[in-house]
Design a protein around this ligand. Structure first.
Ligand code: AMP
Ligand code: GLY
Length: 419
C-alpha cells in the first residue's frame, strides 16, 4: 500500500521594516519549514542574506495591501510602529490577508501617550500621575512649578526622543519648548526598569520572556537617551511575583479595556515597566517588538515563529505554543559614532564572519553593501551582536569576545551591558 503524505502548504511572508529587529524576525522566520518566499521591505544588507529585500511604501496601507494581494502573500508581519499607527493592519484585514500587529485604533496605545494615560486612569492601572495639555504653551505654568523631577513627553510618536526626565524646572521648560502639539506631563517614578512582552490574538494571552534595555548612549547610564544600546533577557529585576502582578494589574485590565471599547488588541504588546517600591507601574506601551529586545528574544525562541505569528494573526493563538531556551541572551548594539545625534555613516565594516564564528548572531540594523561589495554603516544603530549563555556572565563574555572581532573604526558600543 502506498502512503501519501499531504504536501505541506507553505506560505509567503512579508516583513515590514529594515532594522535589527526585522533582521532577527527574518532570521527566525527563515528557519521555519512553513515559509516559502520571504520578503522584507525595505530590509538591509544583513536581511538580504535570508530574505528578498525590496522597496515598498510601508506606511501606505493601500500600497501594502495591494502588494500583498498581487503577490499572494499569506502573512504580513509589521516591525515598526508607524505602519501600525497608519492603519496597515486594518487595510490588510479588509483585503482578507492575515496581518500580525494591532489595528490603528489599538495602536493608539503607543501612538498617543495621552490615550494610554486616560485608559490607565479609567481602568485603575498603576502608572505615574499625569496631566494632558493641548500644546506646550498651556503646560508652561504647570511645568514651571511642578515638583522635581518632572517628566515632559510629546503625546505622539517621537521615535524614542519625545521624553525628558527633567531635574530642574528650567530643563523641563526647555524640553517643553521643543515640542509641537499635545503634551503629557508626569510625575517621576523610580526603580529598576523592565520590559514585558505579551502576545495576544484578542482572546488568548501568551506571556513572552522579559528583557532589560539599556537606553542611555554611554557606560554607567550616562549620555542621551537612545533607541536602546543593549539588552539582557530575561530581566533580572522582574521576579515571578512581580511578573504575575504586572500581568494581573496592568496587562489584563488594558486588554479588557481595549476589548470593551470595541478595539481589541492583537499582536505583541510591549509594556515598559518601572518596578517601584509599591509594585510594577506602567511607564509606556509599545505596540511592536522592541529593538534590540527582539534580537535577544529571537535567540531564545525554540518554537516556529511563522506558525506562532500566523496563528496569532488568524485568531487561533491557543493552537501555537512558544517554547523558550532557559539560557540568558545578551545583545550589544554597535552604533555609529555620533549616534543618537548625528551618526557618521559610510564607514567600512569588516570581519563580521569572524565574530559569528564564535557562535553569536550578528544582526544588521543599519548597513548597506556598496556596488563594489563593501559593507558600510548606513544608520545610527548599525549592528546588534547577540549571544546566549548559561547565565548573564557567560552570554556577556561571548558577546563581547565576538564584538571585538569586528573591524570597524566608525563605531562605539557600551562596555557594561549585563554588568
Ligand atoms: P520612552 O522613550 O517613553 O521609552 O521613555 C524613555 C525613558 O524615560 C524610560 O525608559 C524611563 O527611563 C524614562 N521615563 C519615562 N516616563 C517616566 C516617568 N514617569 N518617571 C521616570 N522615568 C520615566
Ligand atoms: N528598545 C526600545 C524600543 O524598542 O522602544
Amino acid at each position: 500500500m502506498r502512503c501519501y503524505k499531504p504536501a505541506m502548504t507553505k506560505i509567503d511572508i512579508v516583513v515590514l521594516g529594515g532594522g535589527g529587529r526585522e533582521h532577527a524576525l527574518c532570521w527566525k522566520l527563515r528557519q521555519s519549514a512553513k515559509v516559502g518566499r520571504l520578503i522584507c521591505a525595505p530590509g538591509n544588507a544583513g536581511i538580504a542574506a535570508v530574505a528578498e529585500c525590496l522597496p515598498l511604501a510601508i506606511t501606505d496601507p493601500a500600497a501594502v495591501a495591494a502588494f500583498a494581494r498581487d503577490h499572494g502573500i499569506g502573512l504580513v508581519v509589521v516591525g515598526p510602529e508607524d505602519p501600525l499607527v497608519a492603519g496597515v493592519v486594518d487595510a490588510l484585514r479588509a483585503a482578507g490577508i492575515p496581518a500580525f500587529g494591532p489595528t490603528a485604533a489599538a495602536a493608539r496605545l503607543e501612538g498617543s501617550k495621552g490615550f494610554t494615560k486616560d485608559l490607565c486612569r479609567a481602568a485603575g492601572i498603576p502608572t505615574a500621575g499625569y496631566r494632558r495639555f493641548g500644546n506646550a504653551a498651556d503646560a508652561h505654568h504647570y511645568v514651571a512649578v511642578h515638583p522635581l523631577p518632572v517628566v515632559v513627553k510629546a503625546d505622539g510618536l517621537a521615535a524614542g526622543k519625545g521624553v525628558t526626565v527633567a531635574e530642574t524646572n528650567e530643563e523641563g521648560l526647555a524640553a517643553l519648548a521643543d515640542i509641537n502639539g499635545p503634551v503629557v506631563i508626569e510625575e517621576a517614578l523610580s526603580g529598576p526598569e523592565a520590559s514585558l512582552f505579551v502576545l495576544t490574538d484578542g482572546k488568548t494571552i501568551s506571556i513572552w520572556p522579559s528583557a532589560q534595555d539599556y537606553k542611555r548612549a554611554f557606560d554607567g547610564d550616562e549620555g542621551p537617551n537612545t533607541g536602546g544600546m543593549g539588552v539582557i533577557s530575561p530581566a533580572p529585576a522582574l521576579t515571578d511575583e512581580l511578573l504575575s502582578r504586572a500581568v494581573a494589574e496592568i496587562i489584563k485590565p488594558t486588554l479588557k479595556a481595549m476589548a470593551d471599547a470595541g478595539t481589541p488588541y492583537t499582536g505583541i504588546l510591549y509594556a515598559g515597566l518601572m518596578l517601584t517600591a509599591t509594585g510594577p507601574k506602567l511607564i509606556e506601551y509599545n505596540v511592536r517588538f522592541g529593538d534590540p529586545e527582539c534580537q535577544a528574544l529571537m535567540l531564545r525562541l525554540e518554537g516556529d515563529l511563522a506558525e506562532i505569528l500566523l496563528a496569532c494573526a488568524q485568531g487561533r493563538l491557543h493552537e501555537a505554543a512558544a517554547s523558550w531556551s532557559a539560557e540568558t541572551a545578551v545583545t550589544i548594539v554597535y552604533a555609529a559614532m555620533g549616534y543618537p545625534k548625528t551618526p557618521i555613516t559610510g564607514t567600512v565594516i569588516n570581519d563580521i564572519a569572524a565574530a559569528e564564528a564564535l557562535g553569536v548572531q550578528v544582526f544588521h540594523a543599519g548597513t548597506v553593501l556598496t556596488p563594489a561589495g563593501t559593507l558600510v554603516a548606513a544608520g545610527g544603530r548599525v549592528l546588534a551582536i547577540s549571544a546566549l549563555g548559561h547565565d548573564i556572565g557567560e552570554a556577556r563574555s561571548l558577546a563581547y569576545a565576538a564584538i571585538r572581532k569586528i573591524r570597524w573604526h566608525g563605531g562605539f558600543y557600551r562596555r557594561d551591558i549585563g554588568k
